[in-house]
Ligand binder design. Structure first.
Ligand code: ADP
Length: 411
């Protein structure tokens, strides 16, 4: 089966988000962590999403990694490239969105593309080129205070205009809904495209069928599978879920995760709470946690998740970074030991925590499986030769009973 779409995402959870959107549209999707060493390994999917960690690194490094990913995807036969960034257009005047788009267009010998981060389901819409988060302009939303990419200008034509030498123009909602969108997109430069609802995104995706490069959030991926005649459910043949014992590892302290932990403990999970200070002082060890999991008569739930006062106490004792690092390295060491002992079905809570666990398991390829809750799919992978099912949940995602109900989808 030929590879249709080759996507490059600037972070791990964004890659999953896009992979899920394409899978919902009926595509067989493979997610790859980091620039793929061997394009041949990308075969067997309609779409491959390469996840990078390039959102906030220096622009030159983001360009280099993105070009590496693009070359591998093109070598694997990708007919169209997709550069995925955040639906809040997270970037600075130095990049990295503009420089990466420029480099990808040069690689493709192309002079035109579109940029549309809109994702109305998550309340990100674009009107007259201005990005809204709910009813607020991006520049009035909490994104204005983001520690790394403060977004103080909601006019994307201006924002992107400061990141590229190419012409940046607006294709407004009238053009999107007016029936001549393909023609409106067909001009040199980068078109910021308005979108207010899912129908707009589908129309934009369809109109972009002939473009060598599309850029945006996961929203505009909605219209893409149909460009290859792929429909939801058309090819839902998926790998069978691997067997094995379940376990949950939680490093997120978000309100949603703490509720999920409480709900799972209430449902009879075997909970072991980690304490960063006890870990740092050697009073709580990875092998203790492994023994706990092996002895547990119900699903083990190993969590550092704690209320803000407890987090503040461990941060006072260890420092903010060290408190986080202690937990992340604990879970990234524990995860492969769990797999070796037959725990081949894992839920991981927390964005940074997920990155640490994926690295600890040495995962490089993830196939998208069934969706547990919006934005959180099961994924199938191989950890040191063992097939595993793993769900990576960013802190605030998932229903309260997610840890309890997720396993039913693997039957
Ligand atoms: P989220 O997706 O909710 O932001 P992350 O995993 O990205 O979750 O970030 C949570 C951070 O908090 C991680 O670095 C984790 O190691 C750290 N952490 C977890 N538990 C504690 C704790 N009890 N005290 C201090 N830091 C903690």
């Amino acid at each position: 089966m030929p590879l249709r779409l080759g996507a490059i995402a600037d972070d791990l959870t964004g890659a999953t988000d896009l992979a899920l959107m394409l899978a919902r549209g009926g595509m067989r999707v493979k997610q790859v962590v980091g620039v793929p060493a061997d394009p041949a390994a990308l075969a067997g999917a309609d779409a491959v999403v390469v996840s990078l960690k390039s959102r906030t690194i220096p622009a030159a490094a983001a360009v280099e990694q993105s070009l590496g990913a693009a070359r591998a995807l093109l070598a694997a036969g990708a007919e169209q490239l997709f550069f995925k960034y955040c639906s809040t257009f997270d970037s600075t005047d130095e990049g990295n969105i503009g420089p990466v788009i420029d480099a990808l267009l040069d690689l493709l010998h192309e002079d035109r593309t579109l940029a549309c981060p809109a994702f109305p389901t998550n309340k990100r819409t674009i009107y007259q080129g201005h990005l809204f988060v709910g009813d607020q302009l991006l520049s009035a939303s909490p994104m204005k205070d983001h520690p790394l990419t403060p977004m103080r200008d909601a006019n994307l034509v201006q924002v992107l205009g400061r990141q590229t030498e190419r012409a940046v123009r607006l294709v407004d909602i009238g053009a999107v809904r007016g029936g001549a969108l393909t023609a409106a997109l067909d001009a040199p430069g980068i078109a910021i495209v308005d979108a207010l609802d899912d129908a707009d995104l589908v129309a934009i995706g369809r109109a972009a069928a002939g473009m060598a490069l599309i850029t945006g959030g996961s929203g505009i991926a909605m219209g893409l599978p149909a460009n290859w005649g792929i429909a939801p459910g058309a090819d839902s043949a998926r790998a069978a879920a691997p067997g094995g014992r379940p376990a949950v590892l939680a490093g997120s302290c978000s309100a949603a995760t703490r509720q999920q932990v409480q709900s799972a403990v209430g449902a009879g999970f075997s909970g072991l709470q980690l304490d960063p200070v006890a870990i740092a002082e050697g009073r709580q060890s990875v092998s203790d946690a492994l023994q706990f999991a092996l002895a547990a008569s119900t699903t083990p739930l190993i969590y550092a998740s704690a209320a803000p006062e407890a987090v503040a106490r461990s941060q006072d004792a260890l420092g903010r970074e060290q408190a986080g690092a202690v937990v992340e390295s604990f879970l990234s060491e524990l995860a492969p030991l769990l797999v070796q002992h037959g725990f081949c079905r894992l839920i991981v809570a927390g964005g940074e925590t997920s990155g640490a666990v994926v690295a600890g398991l040495g995962l490089t390829e993830l196939d998208i499986g069934p969706e547990i809750d919006p934005g959180v799919p099961w994924m199938y992978a191989s950890a040191q030769g063992s097939p595993i099912a793993i769900a990576l949940k960013s802190g605030n995602f998932g229903a309260e009973n997610m840890f309890v109900k997720a396993w039913d989808l693997l039957q």
